[in-house]
Ligand binder design. Sequence first.
Ligand code: SF4
Ligand code: SF4
Length: 237
Amino acid sequence: MSSSTASGPSWLIQWMQERGIVLWGAANLGDGCTPPDDQGRGFPFAVSWAVPLSPRIMARIRNGPNRDYADEYARVNDRINETSRELATELARRGYRSKPLEASARTDPVRIRGDFPHKTAATRAGLGWIGRHCQLVTRRFGSWVRLGTVFTDLALPCGPPMERHFCGSCARCVEACPAGALTGAAWYPGMPREEILDVYACDGWKKEHWYRFHKGHVCGICSSVCPYGLKFLGRTR
Ligand code: SF4
Ligand code: SF4
């Protein structure tokens, strides 16, 4: 259920439209893997959406992040968190259980991960695939997006889930990574993150070189060189 094929409750379609969210869908999570609600229950579904970052800014971080990118990253995350809270409230008002997943929150600093991967909801909603740089790649915006997720028990028409990658033989992101953190492996559904990304090499490099931007949480070099992002930039010119 992405922008062009959106289906589901008309109120939700309109709700997304009113907020200018053009790439979104629903994911069937069905295996109880989500963070629990207040009573310890998981959620069977998630609404997943992607908000584009400025392509002009993204194209300029091939050699590393800058202040514009750090500010754009924060701005879009703030917008996503606001939308997530509003959607969770709206779902609750309509009688459904709901829980927003915070954007870019690293709740497990040891294993360097959050409560649940936004990317998992996004691939299961069919919004895109995981590129060789371990980020979601969408056809419309490339990987120049940030992701939002709200868990719910509202039964939604889902997916279809993304079953494969569309990176082809491209490895630009792997070659561009200054930390040597990307293995070059091609994604398949359910693939462990470790097969694509050495998260400690990535994190260590960011902290060592770019701590001044969000304490080393941002880099973006691998995303900046992705041809799907560059196509997005081309369409905006
Ligand atoms: S974010 Fe930076 S360090 Fe991490 S994989 Fe991408 S290019 Fe490498
Ligand atoms: S740069 Fe190439 S390999 Fe990397 S995510 Fe983009 S298309 Fe895939």
